[in-house]
Design a protein around this ligand. Structure first.
Ligand code: JFZ
Length: 571
């Protein structure tokens, strides 16, 4: 699976007859992330006979396999994973064991898997197929997630018969009829036993080099582990893994979901994933006409634009996990080289990379002929990168190194951004005070939440659990010159919390305090002016934050970020 480890970036395609309702069913807009799209049948408990009729409307006149493959290729993607059959049982290929497939049940009558396989062959793209081996809501006996419960008489059928008569034969079809298939992507291993799993394994012999994910049966790991949406904290050392990610809050096409992630966020997520050694499988849900949504097309083009210039920092690299998450960027490596992918450019042009290594040279990936001056000490590598960030999405520095590089055990103080401001995000705070072995200040909404990459409130991680104002969360910052900063905190307070709860910001011997207004709940953050901090001298300072909830429930107040905005332009 060497090709897969080097590939790093792939395209996930969720497509089926559910693209026709596209998030709307009998006049209702369904906003649930997956129930509202490819799970619509289960969510709305649509009877099998009624759901099957959707196929009669499936006529994707704009479908062109070649343009899909080229969109992926131009985005720098090395493989595609298409839902050959999702839980609704509709097959995007001509199946001899079912008539609920694109050739038998639709007026379109073209074998999508065949056309995509041919286009992939033509353009040198690896093809993987997603196959829902256990859940199948339209074939008698197929499993139905305990999450939704059976709703149709046919769900009472026999699972073994479904496996023998539909699922295993269909897996043989997709692996036997369409040339090389590089990946099989199983999903939701409900009701799988080792005996049943073995039947699927036997079917794989048709494709000697095929690799499979970890979702055939819970007890076996497969060739690579999969995660959804959230990049696992610290990666999965020693195990190949992949994270699949939606662009807009839905896998299957949905005209209801418009939460399109910015291309910068997607690019940074890819970098973050690579820095932890994983693969990034980015999803598109084509519409009922067979077209990628324009927002997806635009994002794929942006990713491709970045990858064409910076692919060397991603393809074929290994991860370089940091001991503590570095807010200003992420690092990947190849033998003899480190790639520092910078998200936050220092306002004074001096970047500290928290890595200990014998560095021979540093250049911008985009300007390999211009060596950048640098110094090394036990705080890391300080590079004179100059002012102004060349690529605001992420700018890559290439460090040529000798011997082994290790991540520094502590973080460098955070630099001001190009506007001179400091953005202190919860995810990058360090708890201080109280009992350091069990910090009362929790960083993180839940384990596994992806860290913020662009400062978007949806990106998890808040500070909470402030039992007393002695518990604090702190950041170290590097102030470029003496001056005053306006302090704005984003905090939330539940209804019913004491009206005199306060937030404190402590720095340079000053404590600012403000009454915290109720925002409705602790996860609804509003900017609050806290006051003005002055730093008499440039250099490193600690900024800490605390909440005084007047003895009320510690879960009632949370902080997401604190911003220090320069009072007068610092240039
Ligand atoms: C599954 C599917 O049900 C969904 O429709 C989509 O195809 C997605 C990629 O995969 O959804 C899952 C499966 C597993 C988990 C969560 C959602 N999980 O393990 O957390």
């Amino acid at each position: 699976m060497l090709w897969w480890k080097e590939a790093k970036l792939g395209l996930f395609i969720h497509w089926g007859v559910y693209a026709i309702p596209g998030g709307e069913w009998s006049g209702n807009q369904e906003k649930h992330p997956f129930l509202g799209a490819e799970w619509m049948m289960a969510y709305r408990k649509i009877p099998v006979a009624e759901y099957r009729k959707l196929a009669q409307q499936f006529h994707p006149a704009k479908f062109d396999a070649g343009s899909w493959v080229l969109a992926a290729k131009n985005a720098g993607m090395k493989y595609i994973v298409l839902t050959a059959k999702h839980h609704d049982g509709f097959a995007l290929f001509d199946s001899a064991v079912s008539d609920f497939d694109v050739v038998d049940a639709t007026p379109f009558k073209r074998d999508i898997v065949k056309e995509l396989a041919e286009a992939c062959q033509k353009h040198g793209m690896k093809l993987g197929l997603y196959y829902s081996q256990a859940q199948d809501w339209t074939h008698r006996g197929g499993a139905v997630s305990s999450f939704v419960k059976p709703w149709d008489e046919s769900h009472a059928g026999n699972f073994d018969e479904y496996v023998d008569q539909v699922a295993v034969p269909q897996v043989k079809e997709i692996l036997g009829k369409y040339g090389p298939i590089a990946v099989i992507w199983w999903d939701t291993p409900q009701d799988m036993t080792p005996e049943i799993a073995a039947k699927f394994q036997t079917a794989l012999t048709a494709q000697p080099g095929i690799i499979q994910n970890s979702r055939l049966i819970n007890s076996t790991p497969g060739d690579f582990r999969v995660f959804e949406g959230d990049v696992p904290v610290g990666g999965v050392p020693g195990t190949p893994w992949e994270v699949c990610v939606m662009m807009n809050g839905s896998w299957g096409y949905s005209r209801v979901h418009h939460e399109w992630a910015s291309s910068t966020k997607l690019i940074r997520q890819l970098i973050h994933t690579a820095s932890l050694g994983g693969n990034y499988l980015l999803n598109v849900g084509p519409d009922a006409d067979g077209a990628f949504p324009p927002e997806a097309v635009e994002r794929l083009a942006q990713i491709g634009d970045w990858m064409r210039a910076n692919g060397e920092a991603i393809y074929g690299t290994s991860g370089f996990p940091m001991k503590k998450l570095w807010q200003q960027g992420r690092i990947t490596q190849k033998p003899g080289k480190l790639f520092a992918c910078v998200f936050l450019w220092p306002s004074d042009g001096k970047l500290t990379i928290p890595v200990l290594a014998g560095v021979k040279s540093v250049v911008l990936l985009a300007q390999p002929d211009k060596p950048l001056p640098f110094t090394m000490d036990d705080a890391g590598i300080v590079v004179e990168v100059g002012r102004g960030m060349p690529d605001p999405r992420a700018t890559v520095l290439v460090l040529e190194i000798e011997g082994k590089a290790t991540a520094a055990g502590f973080l460098p103080a955070l630099d001001a951004d190009v506007s001179g401001a400091f953005d202190l995000l919860a995810a990058y705070a360090v708890p201080v005070g109280a009992d350091p072995s069990k910090p009362a200040v929790i960083v993180g909404k839940r384990e596994g939440t992806s860290p913020p990459l662009t400062g978007d409130p949806a990106e998890g991680f808040k500070l909470g659990g402030f039992a007393t104002p002695q518990e604090r969360a702190a950041w170290r910052i590097r102030v470029p010159k003496a001056g005053q900063y306006r302090v704005v905190a984003y905090a939330g307070l539940n209804k019913g919390m004491p009206g005199d709860a306060t937030i404190q910001v402590h720095a340079a011997g000053q404590t600012l305090q403000k009454v915290l207004p109720v925002t409705g709940d602790s996860q609804t953050f509003r900017p609050l002016e806290i006051g003005t901090l002055s730093f008499d001298a440039p250099g490193e300072h600690e900024v800490a934050v605390s909440l005084d909830l007047k003895g009320a429930a510690t879960s009632g107040g949370q902080i997401w970020r604190v911003q220090l905005l320069p009072q007068s332009p610092s240039k």
